[in-house]
Design a protein around this ligand. Structure first.
Ligand code: C2O
Ligand code: CU
Ligand code: CU
Length: 429
């Protein structure tokens, strides 16, 4: 709804029951339903307000992952919505078209709240993207693919236990809350908006027949040019927009293949690196609607000037800690100036997989162990995988929203790690 020039979304976080495993019943949480939530969509230049009413018996939050917005609207651990309470953040959308998402962020409980089912996709549109000949018929040739792994018991109930190294790894992979998901392909080209919304698992996406696909977007929006690939790895929180071509009558499957997470061979099984998972079965119709060729140029990238960045800030990822500190809600770890260009260096000094996510900004990856990033990591990112022993350098320009008191977060997006303290807070002043 648009009221007084403001686009308004009404959301209710609620408990319910879902039949995810056939014949079973799982107690789940959702937004405006029993499991997951609606896809939210807004256009660059719009003012939006989101009313979140919490009908759960516990306090929660909703955080707008990847969004540039005032800290007070961010939905981090400082914006809890009490049971029976309502919270109404408002902001102006001012960033490129992208596939973002929303999920709870209560300190120490994020893993549980996401695992129970709270979350959804948040699509941003803009004029530059709208001018391109890309598949954009939502639910027809432009498909949200929210990927989550879970464990169910014999009754079909969610099992929340069995954490090792990275957290909980489930053997059942859901797409948009559905196990053994299928997609009826009706166009020559289908755009899949892949979102790894799992708490701990990383996926190495590809297709069963090893067909190549075209990546067009990463976390923060479209890439400069399309990138042909046969695999794309996404760690928790990361997104990729890909276009897959199909011929009439074809049947093939989106899978996760074994991957190199950079851990010692002896630990590869424990972190799920050897798992092969079936994710989404695609069946193409006998006649497909024609699709335009993929444009050869996508977005213009307005990268920050590295010369404007001062000394690099270093973040050392350790055992549930960053720079040897555990998250403290009452401690501000750093301050940045509004509009500042900064270089951040992130080193994984631990023997576990970790990634690094920063609120409010999209960053450019300058280097990974002094090498330039591969093309699939060359666009705007808000979450990046940092394998053990690697150093990644990031460049970013902060926004103009200042707040002298309320911080934004940076953290590992493996949610058990985050909950255990692998998070810090920064002010934009
Ligand atoms: Cu999606 Cu602070 O996270
Ligand atoms: Cu975030
Ligand atoms: Cu971690």
């Amino acid at each position: 709804v648009v009221k007084d020039g403001q686009r308004v979304f009404d959301l209710v976080t609620q408990a319910g029951q879902s039949e995810i495993v056939q014949g079973g019943k799982a107690d789940t949480w959702g937004v405006n339903g029993a499991l997951l939530g609606p896809t939210l969509r807004a256009r660059r230049g719009e003012d939006i307000r989101i009313n979140i009413s919490n009908s759960l018996e516990v306090a929660t939050t909703l955080h707008w992952h990847g969004m540039r917005l005032p800290a007070v609207a961010d939905g981090g651990p400082h914006q809890m919505v009490e049971p029976g309470g309502t919270w109404s953040p408002a902001w102006g959308i001012d960033q490129p078209a992208a596939t973002l998402w929303y999920h709870p962020h209560p300190h120490g409980e994020t893993e549980k709240h996401v695992y129970k089912g709270l979350g959804g996709m948040f699509i941003i549109d803009d004029d530059e993207e709208s001018r391109l000949a890309l598949p954009r018929h939502y639910g027809v040739d432009d498909i949200p693919v929210i990927v989550q792994d879970k464990t169910f018991n014999a009754q079909g109930q969610l099992v929340e236990s069995g954490r090792v190294g990275v957290g909980m790894l489930g053997g059942t992979v859901l797409v948009n809350g559905t196990a053994a998901a299928v997609l009826a392909v009706t166009a020559e080209h289908t755009r899949l908006r892949l979102l790894n919304a799992s708490t701990a698992r990383s996926y190495n996406f590809g297709f069963s027949d090893d067909r190549s696909f075209t990546m067009i977007g990463s976390d923060g929006g479209l890439l400069a040019q399309p990138v042909p690939l046969s695999r794309i790895m996404l760690t928790p929180g990361e997104r990729a927009e890909i276009i897959v071509a199909a011929a009439p009558g074809e049947k093939f499957t989106l899978r996760s293949f074994p991957q190199c997470l950079g851990v010692a061979d002896s630990r590869a099984a424990e972190v799920g690196a050897q798992d092969k998972l079936e994710i989404l079965e695609l069946t193409a119709a006998a006649t497909l609607s024609p699709s335009a060729p993929i444009p050869t140029q996508l977005a213009t990238m307005d990268y920050p000037d590295p010369a404007l960045a001062g000394d690099m800030r270093m973040f050392q990822l350790g055992d549930n800690s960053i720079n040897s500190k555990f998250m403290d809600m009452d401690r501000i770890d750093l301050e940045v100036k509004a509009g500042a260009t900064e270089a951040w260096g992130v080193i994984n000094a631990h023997n576990q997989p970790h990634n690094f996510h920063i609120h409010d900004v999209q960053f450019q990856i300058l280097s990974m162990d002094n090498q330039p990033p591969p093309p699939e990591l060359a666009g705007w990112k808000d979450t990046v995988y940092v394998p053990p022993r690697m150093t990644i350098r990031l460049l970013m320009r902060f926004g103009e929203h200042t707040d002298p008191v309320i911080p934004y977060m940076y953290h590992c997006h493996l949610l058990w790690h985050e909950d255990m303290g692998m998070m810090g807070q920064f002010l934009v002043v």
